[in-house]
Design a protein around this ligand. Structure first.
Ligand SMILES: NC(=O)c1ccc[n+]([C@@H]2O[C@H](COP(=O)([O-])OP(=O)(O)OC[C@H]3O[C@@H](n4cnc5c(N)ncnc54)[C@H](OP(=O)(O)O)[C@@H]3O)[C@@H](O)[C@H]2O)c1
Length: 333
């Protein structure tokens, strides 16, 4: 039987998810978005396929979900679960499983423990599964180092560094890291929540720790602006020297006052594309890539996990429920 999919959020990420879903033979039966530029248009037109799909993007989520009866909803409208959970609840009420790119849903017990419990119970009562996933949280800072750690006989510390050239990323990414702002505009916009920069350092750290069986005492996170030393220009923003060219963000997990997990993201115009995972212990391992293509990779992760979510237990689950690394439990010194 072909899986029936509703796309909830047809922004750049929802558009990529739609394309991969169609390529993989999923039956895309509905699309929901509130952007007036998209509502009423054919989904094929919105995602730039050059042909219609016979599915209108609609703003009334309850109606779309009731009429289209999806098996699974692929959700990508926002980063903060306390803001997007009513959308997730609508999908649950309609009896559909949900995978969302909402970063804070990847480990919702960190920021929203009460909400996580409420939504978990609601999903269980409706017999459906909810997962927050993506490329980060969802791969680079958590699943990837968890997999790599299995070859160490003793693990002392995990450090993951991700560097990416923001000029290759979508408009909404470039905007949320403050490209072209002055430092005071950046700090004010970040403190008012008008821009978020990267969301999910703590969630990735807790996900990683839980996958490999570590009990952290404390998690910290923060981010600072990177200032342009020369003129930069992307498809969407111009940066003069002294303006913001990107961010450097970080998170740390501690056991007994010792930093045992460190993740760092450097995202700026002109930054090199790479990821490096350094595993200190026995033996010492350094793994380096030429960079994961964040946006298509997010869509791939969502679609590749869909079959696992469709057959998973009901409730709010995490990647820890889907990737069995129990053999990777390691004692930190
Ligand atoms: N976990 C990961 O690795 C990962 C990776 C990539 C992206 N993300 C996250 O995924 C989300 C989507 O990314 P994006 O770049 O596509 O974001 P975006 O450009 O903001 O697009 C989101 C779309 O959803 C629509 N929307 C907002 N609220 C809605 C609602 N209540 N009902 C229906 N539609 C709604 C937006 O409409 P308006 O524009 O009118 O608001 C927009 O069309 C972001 O929060 C991003 O941070 C996570």
């Amino acid at each position: 039987m072909v899986t029936r999919v509703v796309i909830y959020g047809v922004g750049p990420i929802g558009q990529l998810i739609t394309r991969v879903a169609l390529d993989r033979g999923y039956d895309v039966v509905g699309a929901i978005d509130i952007d007036p530029q998209k509502v009423g248009k054919d989904l094929g037109e919105v995602i730039g396929m050059g042909k219609t799909l016979g599915i209108k993007v609609e703003g009334d989520a309850d109606k779309v979900l009731k009429d289209s009866k999806p098996d699974i909803v692929l959700h990508s409208t926002g980063s903060f679960f306390d803001r997007v959970y009513p959308q997730v609840m609508k999908a649950v009420k309609a009896g559909a499983d949900v995978i969302s790119t909402c970063e804070t849903l990847s480990w919702p017990w960190y920021r929203y423990p009460d909400l996580a419990e409420l939504v978990d119970n609601y999903a269980k009562n409706h017999g459906v599964t909810i997962l927050g996933a993506g490329v980060n949280p969802g791969f680079v800072f958590d699943a990837l180092p968890a997999v790599l750690s299995v070859t160490l006989t003793r693990l002392d510390k995990i450090t993951v560094t991700r560097s990416l050239d923001a000029s290759k990323r979508r408009y909404s990414f470039q905007k949320k890291i403050g490209l072209g702002m002055t430092l005071s505009q950046f700090n004010e916009a970040l403190s008012r929540g008008e821009i978020t920069a990267h969301v999910g350092f703590a969630e990735s750290i807790l996900l990683l720790a839980n996958i490999i069986g570590l009990k952290l005492d404390r998690v910290e996170e923060g981010q600072e602006a990177l200032i342009a030393e020369k003129r930069y220009e992307t498809q969407y923003f111009k940066m003069e020297p002294g303006q913001i060219k990107g961010v450097i963000g970080h998170g740390s997990g501690f056991i007994g006052g010792k930093e045992v997990i460190r993740v760092e993201l450097r995202a700026c115009a002109g930054c090199e594309d790479f990821e490096e995972v350094r595993l200190e212990g026995e033996p010492l391992i350094t793994w380096r890539s030429t960079g994961t293509a964040g946006d298509p990779a997010t869509a791939a992760v969502i679609i590749n996990l869909a079959p696992r979510v469709l057959s998973a237990r009901p409730g709010l689950i995490t990647l820890k429920d889907l990737i069995n690394y129990s053999y990777a439990v390691l004692a930190l010194k």
